[in-house]
Design a protein around this ligand. Structure first.
Ligand code: FBP
Length: 700
């Protein structure tokens, strides 16, 4: 027995080396906490002032004008640094303020630095100012659950990921009662300003709060957060005001690092296809960036699928003088065929493995699924309204929900004016696997968004892929190509003549590439038949072991490993880009508040350029709003930015798709982004998507 058995455990735990090894605080944490992000030039001066500019124009939505009359006329604010200002401006800038800040929606790396930037700027302007953090999202505002932030708390979270400091939540302040309670909280805390760090929906909410709280003198400022990268702002002429929401870079880099490791593993033991679903509820920006970062063999981009046009189908209809609307957008079935094509082509050159990236929201870009989502949204919303009851509470089990839909289909047969859910819808819906039916009927979040992260998108697709691969296997199309030298070596070692067996076994014997077993040889039985008919064996004789081995090696088995990249990357500590970006967003927020702005979103222009060109601005939120279907009703929201299929980044990925599929005998082209390094020279400066899209702008 070891001499350590009798050691005093308490003494051991108190040993300095054990303490150091087990301390919660490690060197990496200390380094992050001590790091001070660079500040935009404007913030190097003691004062900042806002300068409204009419340089940027927006197409205003009439409904936004009606509902947000006091902030619809806002313009873009440029933030300018000043060494001295007049007394009135100095007093305004430095007056004591109470500012509340809240996180809303999913966490995104860098959030803590927004708070730190705001805190530092506010305290520098006036040390008596107070910053309150609302706890657990907008509920904290409604219920007045807030903590006053101090140096200790701020310093503990500098440059760290998550929203741990004050937590987050997805509640929407969307009723009169919640609005009144929020106003009450702001009054009780004597708030001058409220800062909402959130996605498109939360910034939408910020605009409504700004309008509502104007009479109370409470300014409301939004901050563009979401790993999904779908808050990007351009003006009507296409000038980029906000190229990317914060958190995107870190999440994409974290996903890319893990996926790149899978590329390495997959190309080492060459037996799995790794199916990697990545977050991005609506837009495929994260998948696009991951493709650029890793060069995975296949990456689906939802926006690309929606953009697909079946030209043959269209032309056929055109000849008959008709338009075939089904020719637009890819169907699930077609998509599964495209995926199978890639798998089969790689297998033919001996690569029955690979890495595929699927954006979690991909199905929303598939026409037939989108129709279901919209119809079900409407059905659920109408039910809730008509019966004043919650659809999900009334129909808790899947069977209850399906019964309800069946009754609606029945109604459509009896009443031709009722078209919301007809027999065809019901039949198609019943063809979908149970788990996906359940997914499509899932409760929407408070903003009416479909909860894609909880639906096994990849399972739906893979089901179809597997079925079709089985058919292709039966048809002898899905085959693993074999190296010629390996075939020769194996047969010669067994004393068999490769040139005698080759033409019998392979359809491309004589070609240079990998050898492919003939389509009609799909089993040991059909193999024996082929050998018999060519006189290589006699009836009843055993297939030579070496030949059987060769055949078995050509038979593919589609083995997959499924991964979901979302919450892990969302919780990563921020990249240096996100640290600097978010800290400056926090400083921008304070400048907007000090400059008297409300209904504005803090942003940094020129993110795609060198840091010296970064320019802090305030973007008016109300002009970004438009009407969209949410929970079956039209609602004013900020339009989400999806992947632009005409962007340079997308075009580059599309052009390199064939190369990265690597359906040729050469090596794969995987790229190794490596982990987020934070310090050191090799840390990437900004997302590759931004770098590429900036090329278009430089050429303008
Ligand atoms: P936000 O838009 O609120 O930033 O959240 C984005 C996201 O991370 C999506 O990518 C994902 O679909 C969703 O949140 C997951 O939501 P939840 O945290 O509620 O599971």
């Amino acid at each position: 027995m070891s001499e350590n058995t009798n050691i005093d455990l308490q003494q051991l735990l108190n040993q300095p080396r054990v303490k150091a090894a087990t301390d919660d605080v490690n060197a990496e944490l200390l380094e992050r906490r001590q790091y001070r992000p660079s500040q935009c030039e404007a913030f190097s001066h003691p004062y900042t002032l806002l300068r409204e500019t009419s340089q940027y124009r927006f197409e205003l939505d009439r409904e936004a004008g009606k509902q947000l009359p006091n902030i619809i006329g806002n313009s873009v604010d440029l933030i300018e640094g000043h060494d001295s200002v007049d007394d009135a401006a100095a007093r305004q800038f430095s007056r004591k303020r109470h500012i509340g800040i809240v996180f809303s929606g999913g966490p995104a790396p860098g959030g803590h630095n927004v708070i730190a930037g705001l805190y530092d700027a506010a305290k520098k302007a006036n040390p008596d100012s107070k910053i309150y953090g609302f706890l657990v999202g907008p509920d904290g505002i409604i219920e007045n659950e807030a903590v006053e932030l101090d140096d200790r708390r701020i310093d503990a979270y500098r440059n760290l990921g998550g929203f741990t400091m004050i937590k987050t939540g997805r509640t929407k302040i969307d009723t009169r009662e919640k609005m009144e309670l929020s106003r009450k909280t702001c009054k009780q805390l004597g708030l001058d300003a409220l800062v909402i760090v959130g996605g498109d929906d939360s910034n939408t909410n910020a605009a409504f709060l700004a309008q509502e709280m104007l009479p109370d003198g409470v300014q409301v400022i939004g901050v563009p957060k979401t790993i999904d990268g779908d808050i990007q702002v351009r003006d009507a002429e296409g000038s980029v005001l906000c190229a990317m929401s914060f958190g995107f870079h870190t999440a994409a880099r974290a996903f890319a690092n893990s996926i790149s490791n899978l590329c390495t593993d997959s190309s080492s033991d060459i037996k799995y296809w790794h199916i990697c679903k990545v977050m991005g509820r609506v837009a495929s920006h994260l998948a696009l960036e991951v493709a650029l970062q890793t060069h995975a063999n296949m990456t689906l981009i939802g926006e690309d699928l929606a953009d697909y046009i079946d030209r043959q189908r269209l032309e056929k209809a055109e000849k008959k003088g008709a338009v075939d609307y089904h020719a637009y957008g890819m169907t699930l079935r077609h998509l599964s065929r495209v995926i199978c094509n890639g798998i089969v082509r790689r297998a033919a050159v001996g690569k029955n493995y690979g890495v595929m990236v699927i954006p979690e929201g991909v199905l929303e870009f598939i026409n037939e699924i989108q129709v279901f989502i919209i119809k079900l949204n409407t059905i659920i919303a109408e039910y809730n309204q008509t019966h004043d009851r919650d659809f999900h509470a009334s129909f808790p089990r899947l069977e209850d929900k399906l019964d309800h839909l069946r009754r609606m289909a029945q109604r459509s047969r009896e009443d031709s004016s009722f078209t919301l859910w007809n027999t065809r819808d019901d039949d198609l819906f019943n063809d979908i696997p149970d788990f996906f039916q359940e997914g499509l009927l899932m409760e929407r979040d408070s903003h009416g968004n479909f909860p894609f992260s909880q639906v096994e998108t990849e399972k739906v697709l893979l089901g179809l892929v597997r079925d079709y691969l089985d058919i292709l296997k039966e048809e002898g199309v899905y085959r693993i190509g074999l190296r010629k030298d390996y075939f020769h070596k194996t047969l010669e070692a067994a004393g068999l003549a490769p040139d005698r067996y080759g033409p019998v076994l392979f359809k491309n014997w004589g070609d240079d590439g990998h050898l492919l077993v003939k389509s009609e040889i799909i089993s040991l039985k059909t193999l024996a038949q082929a050998l018999i008919s060519d006189g290589l064996i006699k009836n009843g004789e055993k297939i030579p072991a070496a030949v059987e081995k060769i055949f078995k090696k050509s038979v593919p088995n589609f083995k997959t490993q499924i991964h979901f990249y979302g919450y892990d990357g969302r919780g990563n500590d921020p990249t240096r880009f996100d640290c600097i970006y978010t800290y400056n967003l926090g400083l921008t927020v304070f400048s907007l508040i000090a400059g008297g702005a409300t209904g504005q979103m803090a942003a940094i222009r020129n993110l795609e350029m060198d840091f010296s060109s970064w320019q802090p601005i305030g973007i008016p939120i109300a002009p970004l709003m438009h009407l969209e279907e949410r929970k079956g009703k039209l609602a004013l929201v900020i339009e989400k930015s999806i992947v632009d299929v005409n962007s340079i980044a997308f075009k580059v990925v599309k052009a390199l798709r064939e190369k990265w599929l690597a359906a040729d005998p050469g090596d794969d082209h995987y790229r190794r982004p490596g982990p987020i390094r934070f310090t050191g020279k090799s840390e990437e400066e900004r997302p590759l998507t931004l770098q590429l899209n900036a090329i278009a702008r430089e050429d303008e």
